[in-house]
Design a protein around this ligand. Structure first.
Ligand code: HEM
Length: 468
């Protein structure tokens, strides 16, 4: 019975039943509103709270809303852990390794190293910029070959992002067959799981009783497939079959320096972290940008005119973003309007912490809701309208996007943001420079996203009509 009594000053939320806690309520809300994220948001409204408290099985789950709480959740060191959950451990071969799933000194060390490496690739650093431009060339060739029929950009964009990440991690473009496998695995993963890890997390023992239903069979199969692909790449590097330089070779150097915490398993997990965290997020952002220009013919023309005026037919590069203010503002507005990661986390509370007057016990799991902040009328004028101008200041320059939490904040902030933004800018500008994007048969595809671990647009096709 004790397990149904909430700790003192625990945030408001549904009542706890023996064994299951509030899992039943959460499941019901999820089904009713179509996603975990929306279900939780509705629950928070029902309890009129900016800090929602639940119990899933034995796990305490807290979700924070509102600018003040979200900023605290992002920046308070006591809130920067990752759950010791079974779901996350499964991804790291039963241990807590890499960046995304680790915390403490090991996370700090490995993250610091990876961030240092990633600093050399985004925002116009020549080596990766050239690679992005090659990707753009491939995309344009694909469009040119298929331009007389409607094109679903999903495949070609996802392929381009994975190629860039793979090039960064493993020094070469990924083989077609491996690429296809990776994309299939990612898409199955993001459809099948939500942030809290589902039944497998709440009741890890369920894998013995219902391995299929609990998702255990699926996640182990997907993790094995991912891990095999990376292992193959690491082996090719050991045999010096790859030219480099790349992340795997630089990590090898650290291993050679006999640093105990730098080892092959750790390398494997970091490679997985980068590819898993970077591919769908970046690819979906680009798809949303294309989906949006379809609805905004005037904006599409403004973007095209700006490109013509400032760079003409030159291949776009990141430094053009200073000149292409409207285009950059359009991309920022896309990121705000379609918040790719509506719920950020999961985090583990490292010591008892007070948020908005509520006591959050050590080891509770924390989720940070940024979606509603991006639509908060106190922070944005007409938040439900798509207005790139909001990111342009009086002098015609780009505004510092103060309330945009797309890439998070604080010490867990996304380390791949500069690579993601460079990719998005170069590929988007390169397409808009050459094509007018139109609806297939005049029917406007829905821009209502599918919400899984992240937001994805529903499948859609468009016509790319040459500007000249
Ligand atoms: C538009 C694209 C992207 C979006 C919206 C995005 C968003 C985010 C957010 C919100 C976080 C913070 C998680 C937290 O605070 O708990 C994060 C973390 C992370 N991102 Fe990204 N990301 C993007 C692209 C990328 C790319 C391209 C890479 C890889 C090169 C990447 C690698 C990572 C990693 C490894 C973490 C974990 C950081 C940690 O736990 O310390 N992301 N991302």
């Amino acid at each position: 019975l004790k397990t149904t009594v909430k700790p003192k000053k625990f945030p408001p939320g549904p009542i706890w039943y023996p064994i299951i806690g509030s899992s039943n309520v959460m499941k019901r809300m999820q089904q009713k509103h179509g996603s975990q994220f929306k279900g939780l948001l509705e629950l928070a409204k029902e309890y009129s709270t900016d800090v929602l408290g639940l119990k899933l099985g034995q796990e305490l789950l807290v979700v924070v809303y509102g600018q003040k709480n979200v900023r605290q959740a992002f920046t308070d060191k006591a809130l920067e852990g990752r759950p010791k959950s079974y779901f996350l451990k499964l991804r790291c071969f039963g241990k807590r390794l890499g960046i995304t799933s680790a915390d403490g000194p090991l996370w700090r060390e490995q993250r610091q190293y990876t961030v240092k490496q990633l600093k050399n690739v985004g925002f116009g650093k020549t080596h990766m910029e050239k690679e992005i431009q090659i990707d753009l060339k491939n995309i344009l060739e694909y469009i040119e070959e298929n331009r007389h029929k409607p094109i679903n950009p999903n495949h070609v964009f996802s392929q381009a992002v994975v190629n860039i990440l793979w090039k960064y991690v493993a020094g070469k473009r990924i083989e077609e067959e491996r690429l296809k496998l990776l994309l299939d695995v990612f898409s199955e993963r993001s459809k099948a799981f939500h942030m809290a890890g589902g039944l497998l997390n709440v009741a890890p023992w369920s894998r013995f009783l219902v391995p299929e239903y609990s998702g255990y069979n699926l996640i182990t199969r997907l993790n094995k497939q991912l891990s095999d692909i990376i292992e193959e790449a690491i082996d090719a590097h050991k045999k010096k079959e790859v030219e480099g330089p790349d992340f795997i070779y630089s990590y090898f150097e650290e291993i050679l320096q006999q640093k105990e915490t730098f080892n092959e398993l750790q390398l494997k997990v970091i490679c997985l972290d980068l590819i898993i965290a970077g591919s769908h997020t970046t690819g979906n952002s680009l798809k949303f940008a294309i989906l949006r220009v379809l609805r905004e013919k005037r904006m599409q023309d403004l973007i095209y005119e700006e490109i013509q005026k400032h760079i003409g037919d030159n291949i776009p590069c990141w430094s053009d973003s200073v000149k292409l203010v409207y285009t950059s503002a359009f991309l920022l507005e896309t990121l705000r309007y379609y918040t790719i990661a509506p719920l950020v986390g999961p985090r583990r509370v490292l010591e008892d912490t007070v948020i908005d007057g509520y006591r959050i016990p050590k080891d509770a799991t924390l989720l940070i809701s940024v979606y509603d902040l991006h639509l908060d009328p106190e922070l944005w004028d007409d938040p439900h309208e798509f207005k790139p101008e909001r990111f342009i200041n009086k002098d015609g320059g780009l505004k510092n996007p103060e309330h945009l939490y797309i890439f998070g904040l604080g010490r867990r902030r996304c380390p791949g943001d500069s690579l993601a933004r460079s990719f998005l800018f170069i590929v988007f500008v390169g397409i808009m420079q050459k094509y007018l994007i139109c609806c297939d048969e005049g029917a406007l595809p829905s821009d209502e996203p599918t919400i899984g671990l992240i937001m994805s647009p529903k499948p859609f096709s468009v016509l790319f009509v040459p500007r000249r």
